[in-house]
Design a protein around this ligand. Structure first.
Ligand code: ASP
Ligand code: MG
Length: 436
């Protein structure tokens, strides 16, 4: 069984949904994971924000506007009166559900229920479309088998058991449609895998059913060697290892959800990144194999804050890092990059929710300086220690860029540098010139 995930733009209009059919209509048994139509989840976030703010009129207005969009789509999507009537009823029921929230108390639970509507709509609409053109498919409700635990991590055991049970109900079927992004939490409430989480759904399902391949279909022809929005002349990378792809996704390559590599890597399932607009293009294949030496790609992550910490007391140097890390752990704030000297450590974070509390605690035993608006530029490839010259090439390319921090040697796949965000473009362009 194969798992194919299509993102928001791939189901973003009636035409896109119709074009999608040719990509899935063959004899290979498959589970198709769909995102919400592009723009929908953002729109639902706005509705939820209006409801939090008790702006009921604004919420109503936003709901009406989104509903109208969906009515326009179904008019183009279906030919028969029968399908159109069914789709109308579907849309009315989901939007009346959204309207029901305007009266009541609004908490994070209601917000999550609202955010789930986009994927519920897109999958049902696509399923009706397949029905109308006589392609047999089963709509599998993700809420029946996707679950996260108390730590908001996928509950793999539960998912494996329940996905298999769901599939076993249809022994003679070979095309299944399900929702990306949405799931239940440890309390059985509707929840989600965070924005962009449909990729994660696909690799979790792929791992759960031990799929032979997971395909992520988007609107770009694979993972590129640099950010195509910023740098001219980028190219797709044919092959990446799981570790390389994870570093790139985490450090800014927008094409993949950062944590989605892990489930595939654990079960050693190839992940192929493909382009719906150019289905013949080779894209990128991500496997356990590490191929080629040297630099493969560069990615950048903005919104980074650096914290420089200096211990006042040399004698306590051996306990210093533990004391520092413990504070970040307590505030559940992940550290991205780190460099140390005997008495000082500089590190970076991107989640600044608890920055004040963290710095206040640090100040009890050291001096602290913070700096905002920084960018991590991550250079990914195969840099094994026996081969010389990689560091030279990278830093030669960057000879005119002031660098704030360097991290090299943490893994054989990554060199990270920290720069002022104003210099991000110059940095990416310089690396493109020097390395590719
Ligand atoms: N619809 C969700 C979002 O926009 C999930 C996804 O598309 O991956 O974030
Ligand atoms: Mg995405």
């Amino acid at each position: 069984m194969r798992v194919l995930k299509f993102g928001g733009t791939s189901v973003g209009s009636a035409e896109r949904m119709q074009a999608l059919v040719s990509l899935i209509n063959d004899d290979v048994p498959k589970i198709v994971v769909l995102s919400a139509m592009s723009g929908t989840t953002n729109h639902l976030v706005e509705i939820a924000n209006a409801l939090y703010a008790k702006e009921n009129d604004k919420a109503k207005h936003l709901i009406d506007a989104l509903e109208k969009k969906y009515f326009d789509v179904i008019k183009q999507l279906y030919k028969s009166e029968n399908s159109l009537t069914k789709a109308k009823e579907l849309i009315e029921s989901h939007f009346n559900y959204l309207r029901s929230f305007t009266m009541d108390m609004f908490t994070v639970n209601e917000e999550r229920a609202i955010l789930a509507q986009g994927e519920l709509l897109s999958t049902a609409m696509f399923h009706y479309h397949l029905e109308e053109i006589n392609i047999d498919s089963v709509l599998l409700p993700a809420l029946n088998f996707m679950r996260i635990d108390e730590n908001e991590e996928p509950d793999m055991k539960y998912i494996e058991q329940n996905a298999k049970t769901e599939l076993a109900n249809y022994p003679n079927k070979k095309l299944f449609i399900t929702q990306g992004y949405i799931c239940r939490n440890a309390f059985g409430e509707i929840d989600n895998l965070k924005r962009g989480g449909s990729d994660y759904t696909a690799t979790i399902i792929g791992a759960a059913i031990q799929s032979d391949e997971i395909q992520i279909w988007t609107d770009i022809d694979g993972m590129h060697n640099n950010d195509p929005r910023i740098v001219d002349k980028t190219h797709p990378i044919a092959e990446l290892s799981f570790d390389e792809a994870a570093e790139l996704a985490y450090f800014g390559a927008k094409i993949l959800h950062p944590t989605c590599i892990l489930p595939a890597q654990m079960r050693n399932i190839p992940v192929r990144l493909l382009n719906t607009m150019q289905p013949q293009a080779k894209g990128t294949v991500i496997t356990s194999k590490s191929t080629g030496d040297g630099t493969k790609a560069v990615a950048a992550k903005d919104g980074i804050t650096a914290i420089s910490i200096k211990s006042g007391r040399m004698l306590l140097a051996y306990g210093f890092l533990r004391a520092v890390f413990e504070i970040f752990e307590r505030y559940k704030t992940p550290i991205d990059m780190i460099t140390t000297s005997e008495v000082a450590v500089s590190l970076t974070i991107d989640n600044t929710t608890n920055l004040d509390a963290i710095t206040n605690e640090l100040k009890e035993f050291c001096s602290v300086k913070t700096e905002k608006d920084l960018t991590i530029v991550c250079i990914v490839g195969n840099f094994t220690a026996e081969k010389q010259g990689y560091a030279f090439k990278i830093f030669d390319a960057l000879k005119n860029i002031p660098i704030r921090m360097i991290s090299y040697g943490g893994s054989p796949n990554n060199v990270s540098i920290l720069v002022d965000s104003k210099l991000k473009k110059d940095t990416l362009v310089a690396l493109n010139k020097g390395l590719f």
